[in-house]
Design a protein around this ligand. Sequence first.
Ligand SMILES: Nc1nc2c(ncn2[C@@H]2O[C@H](COP(=O)(O)OP(=O)(O)O)[C@@H](O)[C@H]2O)c(=O)[nH]1
Ligand SMILES: [Mg+2]
Length: 259
Amino acid sequence: MIGSLFVTGPAGTGKSTLCGALKEWFIKQEYDVAVVNLDPGSEFVPYEPDVDVREIISLPDVMSEFNLGPNGAQIVASDLMLENVDKMQEYLSEFNDYYVIFDTPGQIELFAFRQGSPMLVDKLSGGRAMLAFVTDAVLSTSPSGLVSQMMLYGSVFSRFYKPMLYIVNKTDLIGEDDLDEIKTWFNDSEELRNALFEERQEMLKDYLSGVITALQDSGMFSEIIPVSSRDFTGLEDIYSKMSLFFEGGADTDTLYRDD
Ligand SMILES: Nc1nc2c(ncn2[C@@H]2O[C@H](COP(=O)(O)OP(=O)(O)O)[C@@H](O)[C@H]2O)c(=O)[nH]1
Ligand SMILES: [Mg+2]
């Protein structure tokens, strides 16, 4: 593959919808693209997957074989992906000169917080991976909503240590002024700190202040990519980042290293 994008983020932020929108957009531009469903528990995916983990791992089979309910089975199914990675790699081998987009399980912890996931990402991508962290535009209009999503981004980043795009999806549901405000908070920690103290009446002042300083000093964040998977806005910006990264000569493994 040319490169891959693992689309992650909290449940319901629009990961699967974004994967479908990206597929359509890439095809329209006549770029070769494949979309992989990595969610064994998904009942419906809003696109035609080119590779589908559900063909390899069946949730009902896991439930009966391990005598589990749907929640437990989803955890086991996620862990089984690494065991079945050879089969996935075989399916993927036909997409050599393609961009490959991976739709990860709806519940973020089934992907980000399972032991084997970083290895799964490396094996499936051959080391050519970026992550997209999808956040919710409406939640981001409150300072506490934005900060909590930035903290989760930091948590996911700590797990994978790969280049990550900070995506604000569903921007069709907020106004332009709201989006401008989100961008200001994201880029200016003093503005964010003030807005947060106003919202929280200086509750937990030291904690929140410390969190914002840590986020700001981390160097993890570059810029917001506003997207609407419904209106297809911002998709080109995602592609630009991918093409720059994978075809511009950068090396995924050394991007964040100081040495
Ligand atoms: N208005 C709006 N709704 C969206 C957008 N993207 C996704 N949704 C809706 O959000 C809900 C959850 O989307 P889904 O892709 O299943 O989220 P996932 O759990 O992260 O994969 C669905 O009802 C989607 O139609 C968007 O850009 N704008
Ligand atoms: Mg989904």
